[in-house]
Design a protein around this ligand. Structure first.
Ligand SMILES: NC(=O)C1=CN([C@@H]2O[C@H](COP(=O)(O)OP(=O)(O)OC[C@H]3O[C@@H](n4cnc5c(N)ncnc54)[C@H](O)[C@@H]3O)[C@@H](O)[C@H]2O)C=CC1
Ligand SMILES: O=C(O)CCC(=O)C(=O)O
Length: 368
């Protein structure tokens, strides 16, 4: 009974009671202050602006969290991109972090720090829910999509070679271990939020060995989850179905290899909100988890007080639920959703409103 009611009517609240058995938070508050320490990577571009919004709202809501600034500025070790030891130690100590967007230079300089973080902490599953906001009308209504993306390999393995001038080989690495880890998590997650269906999105007609392995692992694991119906779907069919009938996925969780998940989740954001500014995510590992917005550093609007902080705020709500601070999560989530629903003067430009990052933040604080 509980399983069918957990996810309904809430945005990003699926982790409240229905915690999967994998990747649970084991951190403890400081025994003296009663507060949890959470490393905060504010990020680039709009990162500092939307991070300030989170900090202001958390302070107003009296959330028992102390932020620890976390610098992940790139360091090169034997030519490989890595992050400072202090950041690794802080995140390993506190077992959780909140992260703003990190920009990646194109074609030169350091490798993506987003990927480096996911690899460093083995954050194997990226949970990306995309839901319509109640009373905020977009082209599509009642969209409620949950996507889990493999987060450590696939096309993001960073293995590329020049075979000969003008010929590049880029390797999509798929391993049984990583596939098993994310698909098992996806089964557990589907069960925990009370959905009856897990859809494996793939292209094994073409990527016969790589996606074939991913699909076969799912089929093998399915016998351990007789309460969940496993379906497989070619990615091109998924794209068409999700655009024409997004409501047909409201009883399902989807899981897919890395790049498909990156692309599909932006599509899901567009369908649910018409913007990237609302979609949160959780990068889950066995020990550590890092929460971040799906969007990037939005350099086109950085420093202009225009960014929508909701995606990072909802990521922080997912984090609070993950940490068991459910009441604070619900309070902040409700304040955000009712602010967005309250009219265009309280919505940022990406939602066709006139609010600034700071006026939206004020409005949320007034609704706490
Ligand atoms: N997880 C991460 O930290 C990610 C980082 N990136 C990095 O971000 C940089 C910019 O990437 P883009 O491809 O331009 O994608 P982007 O997500 O930064 O921006 C795409 C479009 O969405 C808008 N947008 C994004 N977030 C918004 C917000 N909170 N409020 C209002 N509008 C918003 C932007 O203004 C832009 O028009 C790149 O360096 C990229 O590597 C990109 C995606 C994810
Ligand atoms: O790291 C980047 O530059 C982009 C990362 C990204 O799009 C993602 O995987 O979320």
């Amino acid at each position: 009974m509980l399983r069918n009611t957990i996810y309904r009517g809430s945005f990003a609240r699926m982790m409240t009671t229905g915690q999967p058995n994998i990747g649970r938070f084991t951190g403890k508050p400081n025994p003296v202050t009663g507060k949890y320490t959470v490393p905060f990577i504010e990020g680039d571009g709009v990162g500092p602006e939307i991070s300030k919004s989170v900090k202001d709202i958390f302070a107003a809501a009296k959330v028992p969290i102390e932020w620890e600034p976390c610098d992940v500025g790139p360091i090169f070790v034997n030519g490989l991109t890595t992050i400072p030891d202090a950041a690794v130690q802080s995140i390993n100590k506190h077992l959780v972090a909140l992260k703003g967007p990190l920009a990646t230079p194109i074609g030169k300089g350091h490798r993506s720090l987003n990927l480096t973080l996911r690899k460093t902490f083995n954050l194997f599953a990226n949970v990306r829910p995309a839901r319509s906001v109640p009373n905020y009308k977009t082209t599509y209504q009642n969209v409620d999509l949950v996507l889990i993306r493999e987060n450590t390999e696939g096309e993001y393995s960073g293995i590329e070679h020049v075979i000969s001038p003008g010929v590049i080989q880029s390797i999509k690495l798929i391993t049984k271990d990583a596939s098993e880890r994310v698909i098992r998590y996806a089964f557990e997650y589907t069960r925990a939020i009370g959905r009856p269906r897990l859809v494996v999105v793939h292209k094994s007609t073409i990527q016969r060995m790589a996606d074939g392995l991913f699909v076969n692992v799912a089929k093998e694991l399915a016998s351990e989850y007789p309460d969940i119906e496993l379906q497989t779907e070619l990615i091109d069919n998924t794209i068409l179905n999700v655009v024409t009938h997004p409501e047909s996925y409201t009883d399902a969780v989807s899981v897919c290899p890395n790049l498909y998940g990156d692309i599909l989740s932006d599509l899901n954001s567009g369908l649910s909100a018409g913007s990237l500014g609302l979609t949160p995510s959780a990068n889950i590992g066995d020990k550590v988890s890092i929460f971040e917005a799906v969007h990037g550093s939005a350099p086109d609007i950085a420093g202009q007080n225009k960014a929508n902080p909701t995606a990072l705020l909802l990521s922080s709500v997912m984090m609070l639920n993950h940490m068991g601070l459910n009441e604070h999560a619900t309070k902040i989530e409700n304040a955000i959703l009712s602010t967005i629903a309250s009219g265009s003067e309280n919505r940022t430009g990406d939602l066709a409103g006139t609010a600034t990052t700071s006026s939206f933040t004020e409005a949320v604080i007034n609704k706490l």
